[in-house]
Write a protein that binds this ligand. Sequence first.
Ligand code: SAM
Length: 238
Amino acid sequence: MSFTSQIQAVAYCRTPYKQKFGIPRQPGLVEARGYVELAGEFNHIDAVRGLEQYSHLWLLFCFHENLAQGWKTTVRPPRLGGNEKMGVFATRSTFRPNGIGQSVVKLHGIVKRKGKVCLEISGMDLLDGTPIVDIKPYIPFSDAIDGAVGGIAQEAPELIEVEFSQQALTQTTKYSMREHSPDLEPLIRAVLAQDPRPAYKKAKEDPKLYQVALYDLDIFWKMQDGKAQVLELVPGKI
Ligand code: SAM
């Protein structure tokens, strides 16, 4: 059944995450900095007047990269190794009717960048360019539930160790000196510590060379002795 209300982007999220692989699977797991850039008729300071009183925000957004692939009644959550099925509404799957996601992020301030009113945020799990369809303040007395039960996701995922080759460390130091990527080393460490590999890869030996795209860099890494080894940083096309 359809309804008449039209949903449009009120803002776009600017993040270091240039591809889906490597983005944390929930907010608050990686302290990456980003911006929510108000768009079109919503690009007005009055639209966010008073928001600075809050420490955190709810972002409602569109999984725009997955919309074309539609949705299924059941999905295979990575938490269950990709082997067991659960109902789409019992998961945070990105393939869902209407393609709506929601994340709590930390608000650091309201700034103006290149003529746009921007909310400076951290902890988001969103691809760069994600359309935001609504922004709301996080209200602790109501939104934080003591003793809530988290089903298959009661605890944050376990972290793995991350090591850098000498070459990667030198490159990281060099690229951290740029104004737009000062947090590069902690960001790479935190992203890879989440072990972004698909669940079925984690069980056995994995010789594959992986790549994640952060800012304008392709980060090449592989697994060795149960640790993520960062090998090289290459300026990417993005
Ligand atoms: N916290 C949100 C929620 O529960 O609705 C998102 C959870 S979802 C499992 C997080 C994943 O969505 C990220 O790891 C990334 O792979 C994917 N993602 C983020 N932004 C996206 C976008 N614009 N389009 C498609 N997938 C996206």
